[in-house]
Design a protein around this ligand. Sequence first.
Ligand code: MSP
Length: 514
Amino acid sequence: MAAYYVSTPIYYVNDAPHLGHAYTTVAGDVLTRWHRQRGEDVWYLTGTDEHGQKVMRTAEANGVSPQEWCDKLVEEAWKPLWQHLQIANDDFIRTTEPRHTRRVQEFVQDLYDKGEIYKGSYTGPYCVGCEEFKTPGELLEGDLCPIHKRPVEWLQEDNYFFKLSEYGPRLLEHYERHPDFIQPASARNEVVQFVKQGLQDLSISRSTFDWGVPVPWDDKHVIYVWVDALLNYVTAVGYGSDPERFERIWPANVHLVGKDILRFHAVIWPAMLMAQGLPLPGKVFANGWLMVGGEKMSKSNLTGISPHQLTDHFGVDAYRYYFLRAIPFGQDGSFSWEDFTARYTSELANDFGNLASRVAAMVGKYFGGVLPSAEGDYHIAQALAETAAEADRAIGDELDFAGGLGRIFDFVKQVNGYLSEQEPWKVAKDASPEGQARLAEILYTAAESLRAVAVLLNPVMPTTCAKLWASLGAEPHLGPLAEQRVLDAGRWGQLPAGAAVTKGEILFPRLEGQ
Ligand code: MSP
């Protein structure tokens, strides 16, 4: 079976991760957990981008070698954060690993042998923050990088060039034939316009510093950090070392990227693959930026907020939920404590958390904690089937996390509305067999709805959903939560009568200071 392969960008290790980095990594984690719960063979890759001037200079400024710097940051900051955020990546690639550097040299040597690379010289602006050759036309006044708002450097070096300019027509043809290759549509349009203007050949080596992979035929040069970095997507899955594995996993289904690195992924990367005759990825999805005060959040402008600051207060699951629910994926979005607090309280604690605790409490009180037998409400059953199908399409196919989660939470609201309408606490006073049957009907409906909600929200909030699964007594009858299929979640009547429902831990405790 071909794997469903998703990648994040590999992150520069010049600094510790901030919210912007975690945003993409959480999105990829939710997407891949969703596909695992579709029963697919999934591969989720993340890692770190360790070469280049940016990392080298940071290491120098800190008085250690670049390798020492990278080792420290990877082990002390990046990997622990992904663990903390419950990221279930299948591999973590570092570009300084020999499994990567060897293959990068082979790839570039191959292109050289094929006549795709020639020697020339580069004169022009370069932004070390972006690690990107810029054109004078795109700079802000005072020769500032438009992204970092800091002065660019002017380079004059002998470099090797890749004949990127020759790939324009083939790239345009590919975008035309695969309208979903670049998403969202705004990103696609931007790339198409850019390529239509005509492409320049790309400098693929640097010769004024040495923190990089040596060019195999000329060791006075190191390979340009972006060419080195992009290749991680193939070197990590067996390119040049394990053809069977490579065949099974490559091409990637989705490369998740921030919009600032879209061109590298939608122009340079496919051209490199074309030059080598390799299949292209299915989709490059550009997410927007998390903004603070109208600016891209970043360490360099001192607005980088650490995810720990938020998880300490709201918890990991609420953190994983919030950004995907609050910001349409693909658009920029602002973060504020007020908005996070408001959603935590109304959606997570009140709508979802209270529903779970009320239902468990009532099954406990009226039925001694044993789920009664009933068919359940037809309308709720219908709504659930639609919710599951729509959420599956939105999250699993369209990467519309906000839409899919919105749909699931509408369903949660509907179940709350049903309980308010039916008033089981009043029905409970009716001791007649009809009254008891009515009460069973209501509580079965709510508990069975929660069973499905636990399955659908598990990719987003695994710890919370595990607690709910336990409180519903579902596992002995239905098996482990992670093995429940998302599409099947909408099939009514799975939680059997007799399930032991217990009042579990509070899912979303009151926030400190509230
Ligand atoms: N190393 C390159 C990527 C190489 S991929 C072959 C790089 N690294 S980065 O650490 O600078 O950025 C990685 C990702 O984080 C980018 O996709 C970037 O868009 C994203 N973000 C950095 N700040 C961000 C926000 N404030 N908001 C959302 N994402 C942002 O580029």
